[in-house]
Design a protein around this ligand. Structure first.
Ligand code: FES
Length: 74
């Protein structure tokens, strides 16, 4: 038979956002977005799922190169 155990990751991608939830999912209607909207991909933004620039500090501290996803209306 198959069995598995839940293992807490040592270095989770998500350090602190909605940890009480089994899965973090956010959605927007396209009409809600402005001309340009930046979505966080570093999981450090205080405005998550929107980018607040926190990736700059994270990249310096962790020697990483993550950045936002930018959606622009034509
Ligand atoms: Fe996370 Fe900008 S704050 S990508």
């Amino acid at each position: 038979y198959l069995s598995y155990r839940v293992v807490k990751p040592r270095h989770p991608v998500n350090p602190c956002i909605k940890k009480e939830s089994p899965k973090v999912v956010d959605g927007y209607d396209i009409e809600e977005l402005g001309e340009s909207t930046s979505f966080c991909r570093c999981w450090r933004s205080s405005k998550f799922p929107l980018c607040d620039g926190a990736h700059n500090k994270y990249n310096i501290e962790q020697k990483d190169n993550v950045g936002p996803l930018i959606i622009k209306k034509k």
